[in-house]
Design a binder for this molecule. Structure first.
Ligand SMILES: [Zn+2]
Length: 483
């Protein structure tokens, strides 16, 4: 009776408790579910997050973020900030965490001749004219073909990407093949078809080269990675008519013009003797600078030339390795920067003028060359030098709205550089480390246009073994052709 009473009494109580606990349990679960869901609802989608010990942004404030991260959606950066904030804000599909690395904008090589990588070391330690006439022109006449250009570009892109360059400016023959191989490597390129006043492997006349260039521009003008360019080789290798026609062609399609300018003293002396003007003044008088222009070297510019280049907003590609190796001279880079010119760094080469395509070496040499030349160790500090290799290079190419810094809405071109090797520790200043201590071989991962193209120091898109084998094959073929 009692039992039944109790049981009767207890039963409802038990039931109440069960109900209550079930009620609370359901609520807890709901709260948890909402909390988890809220994270997903509020977390913005991202394709990729890269994080690292330091993020060098090269933005207007020159922010360096310790324990930072970059979120990427599609081809562009959506956020840069502290890793904890980025992780809270975004739900990525994939991520790469490098606690022992620096994330930096991809390096921008503003002057190169990529396919010439297959002539690397063919002849060194001689005057430019001898090197060109005795070795390069004969070697080019006998060997340069679409196949040579394809494999040379693949080799150069592989080398450049593994050393942290994500964009490069080129000037060579069969530039459509250079563009194909550059796309295949996943790299960005401002690629100029060479126009020159004598027969070359792809075109026998400048008029033919101009027609070729127009077809090439039409094919690549809307490409997300390639900016086709018109590249009259130099003032001294082209007629005034060809130079004018080159500018007109570039402007017709809104494409840049790439040219060598005042590289040697001889070039300046000859032009002064012949025309009573400097090469820069002649090009300006012909209207060659009336549109986006990238001028390589600019070693022998006068103060007046600097004014001309500034007023025409000409971008300059400073190539310290090349200028030193060929004893061309020292470009007035501190003066150009003080005047407000946009100066980037270029490797030139990678044949006799510089036998590698490593932008870390160019940064290191640029900073030191101008110090020893001026006798002032304060000239070209590390920050300015890294600027030249990133946002300054982007400005020189007229691409600063798209690349050159890690900022929301810019294209996702970036590199992870390891800082866990003996030459990288201890680290007091990231700019100093990038310019004076780190090397191209420290680059571990590379992203171009939102796509990872190098992971753990290996290209994901290029067949490294095959490229090295082809280089050996070409070495044998080229040597035989010169006998
Ligand atoms: Zn060059």
């Amino acid at each position: 009776m009692l039992r039944s009473y109790r049981s009767r009494r207890l039963k409802p109580i038990n039931a109440d408790r069960t109900l209550l606990s079930a009620y609370i349990g359901v609520h807890w679960r709901l709260i948890l579910l909402f909390a988890v869901a809220a994270q997903f609802i509020h977390a913005e989608p991202a394709d990729t997050i890269w994080s690292a010990r330091y993020v060098i942004t090269m933005d207007a404030q020159r922010r360096v973020i310790e324990n930072g991260a970059v979120a990427i959606r599609g081809e562009r950066i959506v956020a840069v900030g502290a890793k904890a904030d980025i992780d809270r804000r975004f739900q990525p599909k994939q991520r790469l965490d490098r606690p022992d690395a620096i994330l930096a904008p991809g390096l921008i090589n503003t002057h190169a001749h990529a396919p010439m990588s297959l002539f690397r070391g063919i002849a060194d330690d001689m005057r430019l004219q001898d090197w060109l006439e005795k070795f390069i022109f004969p070697a080019e006449a006998k060997n340069v073909s679409p196949d040579f250009v394809r494999w040379g570009t693949r080799l150069a892109c592989l080398e450049m990407l593994l050393a942290g360059a994500t964009t490069y400016t080129d000037m060579y023959y069969f530039e459509d093949i250079v563009a194909e191989a550059t796309k295949e490597a996943g790299m960005r390129g401002v690629l100029g078809e060479t126009i020159i006043g004598f027969p070359v492997p792809d075109n026998k006349t400048p008029a033919g080269a101009l027609k070729f260039t127009e077809r090439y521009i039409a094919r690549f003008r809307d490409d997300p990675l390639i900016i086709p360019a018109v590249a009259p080789h130099a003032l001294y290798t082209n007629s005034d008519e060809t130079l004018k026609a080159s500018r007109a062609l570039a402007n017709r399609y809104g494409m840049p013009l790439v040219i060598h300018l005042s590289e040697t003293k001889k070039e300046n002396d000859d032009t002064l003797a012949k025309r009573k003007m400097t090469p820069a003044a002649v090009l300006d008088s012909l209207g060659v600078f009336a549109g986006r222009t990238i001028a390589a070297h600019c070693v022998w510019l006068t103060d007046n030339d600097i004014d001309i280049l500034r007023s025409r907003n000409v971008g300059v590609a400073h190539c310290p390795s090349s200028n030193m190796k060929l004893a061309s001279g020292v470009a007035p880079v501190p003066k150009m920067l003080a005047a407000g010119l946009h100066v980037g760094l270029g490797t030139d080469g990678p044949a006799g003028s510089n036998n590698d395509s490593d932008m870390f070496i160019e940064m290191n040499l640029a900073a030191k060359l101008h110090k020893v030349f001026s006798g002032d160790p304060r000239i070209l500090p590390a920050t300015t030098t890294l600027e030249m290799a990133t946002i300054g290079g982007a400005r020189a190419l007229g691409m600063e709205k798209e690349i050159g810094s890690l900022e929301p809405s810019k294209r996702a071109d970036m590199i992870a550089v390891r800082i866990d090797r003996p030459h990288a520790v201890p680290l007091y200043d990231v700019y100093s480390q990038m310019v004076y201590a780190l090397k191209g071989a420290d680059v571990r991962d590379v992203m171009v246009n939102g796509r990872t193209v190098v992971e753990d120091a290996h290209s994901l898109l290029l067949d490294e073994k095959q490229i090295l084998a082809k280089a050996a094959e070409y070495r044998a073929r080229i040597s035989a052709s010169l006998r």
